[in-house]
Write a protein that binds this ligand. Structure first.
Ligand code: SAM
Length: 320
């Protein structure tokens, strides 16, 4: 097992199935153009082979399928069912929820037990303004469908000053009413947000969110697992919410995440664009691929930072 000085090792693998997305969210894409797939994306089969190699070399326990949006690619069904057959403790999915209804059968067949759905507002106009694609009603129906299948849901919201600030409480109410855990994600300085003043203008801190939530609810901070990225809170008799406080309370020193992009690059850290191509390992027998991968993983672990610095890498390549 590869472990660094801080006791960090890779336990969670996030696989970006495609860079393509049916949204063009303002915080992810600068020009409003939908994201296309990467130039040399790997097939579902190759990504599964790499996943198995990484699992063998690093002792991965959990896997999250992400993107782009993972549901937009024809690879989704094969990859999801392939992952479901792997000996993992847990696998999950992050999606914007736009295609959940059309993918409900394969999702049910996979036996997936939990999922994160990104939703930044309950206002249809604001939804169009932020996502620049899709529609709110379809996402809400998708959420209902996933709950009807018994899948445990979290909703991801990125609160931004002057855009969806008014949704901080309505989204919390919506989630609490449905036994869904809301995760507020502090805006991250990624991609185009590393330039100009937009990031500073839009950023809302954990304290800001807590102050606002405190106007309606009494809550207390509660335990979260060692390598959880979220600070978690309990509202007695109502439920839980979390804040991924990249800036206010960075979780880098406990990070166990490793990322594989759709075009076969391995990233050890979201705050570091260092990456290594491993797509060529699929053609090697495992006794030759594994020692090479061990070396690459050691380097990737060394790429981890002590705090989130901001990174020009666009989220679409590595899926957040
Ligand atoms: N398309 C899928 C989705 O919408 O969930 C998966 C990929 S998306 C990159 C994963 C998560 O990253 C989403 O919840 C999105 O809101 C979040 N995200 C993207 N850019 C971000 C940024 N600059 N700051 C904070 N969160 C961001």
């Amino acid at each position: 097992m590869i472990v660094d000085k801080l006791g960090r090792r890779f336990k969670n693998l996030r696989v970006s199935l495609t860079a393509a997305c049916n949204y063009a969210c303002t915080y992810c894409v600068p020009n409003g153009k939908r994201l296309l797939k990467a130039e040399n994306e790997l097939s579902a089969c190759s990504l599964l082979t790499l996943t198995q190699l990484i699992q063998a070399a690093a002792g991965i326990e959990q896997l999250r399928i992400t993107g782009g949006d993972p549901l937009v690619t024809p690879k989704f069904d094969d990859f999801l069912l392939g992952v479901a057959a792997l000996p993992l403790k847990d696998f999950s999915l992050t999606t914007n929820g736009q295609l959940l209804l059309s993918k409900a059968d394969v999702i049910e067949a996979s036996g997936i037990s939990r999922m994160n759905i990104s939703l930044d507002t309950l206002n249809p106009l604001k939804f169009k303004q932020i996502a620049r694609g899709g529609d709110l009603e379809t996402v809400l129906k998708g959420i209902d469908k996933m709950q009807a299948l018994g899948i445990k849901l979290k909703v991801n919201m990125v609160p931004m000053r002057g855009t969806n600030q008014d949704d901080i409480l309505p989204l919390l109410d919506y989630c609490l009413d449905r036994n869904i855990e809301l995760r507020y994600i502090e805006l991250m300085r990624m991609g185009h947000l590393t330039q100009g003043t937009r990031y500073q203008a839009d950023f809302l801190s954990m304290q800001h969110l807590l102050d606002e939530i405190g106007t309606r609810y009494r809550f207390e901070r509660t335990d979260a697992p060692f390598d959880s990225t979220a600070v978690r809170f309990h509202i007695p008799e109502r439920g839980y919410f979390g804040i991924i406080a990249n800036e206010s309370e960075p979780f880098c020193t406990a990070c166990t995440r490793l990322r594989l992009s759709s075009d076969g690059f391995l990233y050890g850290c979201l705050s570091n664009s260092a990456r290594t191509y491993i797509g060529d390992l699929v053609d090697l027998p495992s006794h030759l691929a594994l020692p090479k991968l061990q070396k690459i993983l050691l380097k990737a672990l060394g790429d981890k930072q002590l705090a989130f610095q901001g990174e020009t890498t666009v989220m679409k390549f590595i899926g957040g």
